[in-house]
Design a protein around this ligand. Structure first.
Ligand code: NDP
Length: 336
């Protein structure tokens, strides 16, 4: 059983030295348990939070234990009536090639309905995040302008496509010309802008001639600063993520934007609502029905970025925090 352990906590950007690859015997399921052979491991930005010692909404990962995370795999041995050998499942696998489960929080997957990898992507946690955040907090109305940060990624790509399905103008923001071209040409956003361009704030203003009604925040920092002056009255901002800040060790120097933010919120009656998707899994049935329907009808597309081999997970994860991934980032741990 190959495992990647959290060896030390990062100070700023994670490095290879924070991880340890070890080989241990494949565990044997006890009473009520089953053994899962992991096929795809999901790499997600929230894992940076788990690596640190800072108090957050979820417990930090333990030093010397496998890194925490979700994945999909197949049941290889079972002492649990609910899960048979050969069943495909999505569960908290951790960064390892085999894991034990007692069924808690496990979702069965039907490979005839959708590729199993989607169980941790467009039909899993990131897809639900997009669906819930946009529809329940963003409440987009036809004709409105919806701006989406990290638009080519697992969450952002779904947000913009749902905005289009709901009749909105979708403006994406991403970190390279390739990603922007994909967001417009493949995903069907109206525009996508590269936030690394020097004149990005002017480009954004031009791309939103009627202002911004919904801003789906995944990033923070400079991207948010460009969005702030463009909010319309009664704008909504689902605050989903702040990836530009996850490796920060101190507050950035420079102008304090807080007074400008508070004034804009007051005068434009802006709703900013943070959310953590694990508290909203009750929306799963409606989400699965809608999003799998949109995938089948060709209205919603998704892209995966698959890295081969568990030993490459640390490097791929470090790349995720710098925009090296292009689509939902997965590690293929074993053949399907
Ligand atoms: P993505 O697939 O979008 O990958 C992360 C992307 O973030 C990168 O590809 C990169 O794209 C962008 N990025 C990285 N660093 C920076 C930076 N410094 N400034 C701007 N952009 C950056 O990841 P997900 O879709 O899984 O996650 C997107 C966001 O949603 C994250 O903030 C994540 O924490 C959040 N999230 C929140 C959840 C919740 O419950 N609240 C649940 C799931 C995700 P680019 O090249 O375009 O910059």
């Amino acid at each position: 059983n190959k495992q990647i352990l959290l060896k030390s906590r990062p100070n700023g950007e994670p490095t290879a030295a924070n991880f340890d690859l070890v080989e241990t015997p494949v565990p044997t399921p006890g009473a009520g348990q089953f053994l899962v052979k992991v096929i795809y491991m999901s790499l997600d930005p929230y894992m940076r939070g788990r690596m640190g010692a800072e108090k957050s909404y979820a417990a930090t990962a333990d030093l010397g234990a496998p890194m925490v995370g979700g994945g999909v795999g197949v049941v290889e041995e079972s002492n649990n009536d609910q899960f048979k050998v050969g069943d495909y499942v999505m569960c908290g696998t951790g960064w390892q090639s085999y894991c034990l489960s007692d069924g808690t929080g496990v979702m069965k997957l039907d490979p005839k309905q959708a590729p199993i990898s989607t169980g941790v992507g467009v039909l899993g946690m990131p897809g639900l995040t997009a669906y819930y955040g946009l529809l329940e907090i963003g409440k987009p109305k036809a004709g409105e302008t919806v701006v989406v940060a990290a638009a080519s990624g697992a969450v952002g790509s779904v947000v913009g496509q749902i905005a289009k399905i709901k009749g909105c103008r979708a403006v994406g923001i991403a970190g390279s010309p390739d990603k922007c071209a994909f967001v417009v040409e493949e995903l069907g956003f109206d525009v996508c802008l590269n936030y690394k361009d020097a004149d990005f704030p002017e480009q954004l203003a031009k791309a939103c001639p009627d202002g911004i009604d919904v801003y789906f925040e995944n990033v923070g920092g400079k991207v948010f600063e460009a969005v702030l002056p463009l909010f319309n009255d009664d704008a909504r901002m689902p605050l989903c993520g702040l990836i530009s800040q996850y490796n920060m060790t101190e507050l950035p120097k420079g102008t304090n934007m807080l007074p400008a933010l508070m004034r804009a919120m007051l005068t434009h009656r802006i709703l900013i609502q943070g959310f953590i998707i694990s508290y909203h899994f009750n929306h799963l049935p409606a989400f699965l029905k809608d999003v799998s329907g949109w995938i089948k009808s060709g209205q919603l597309k998704y892209r995966e970025d698959i890295v081969e081999g568990i030993e490459n997970a640390p490097e791929a994860f470090m790349g995720l925090l710098k925009g090296k991934n292009f689509g939902k980032l997965l590690v293929r741990v074993a053949d399907d």
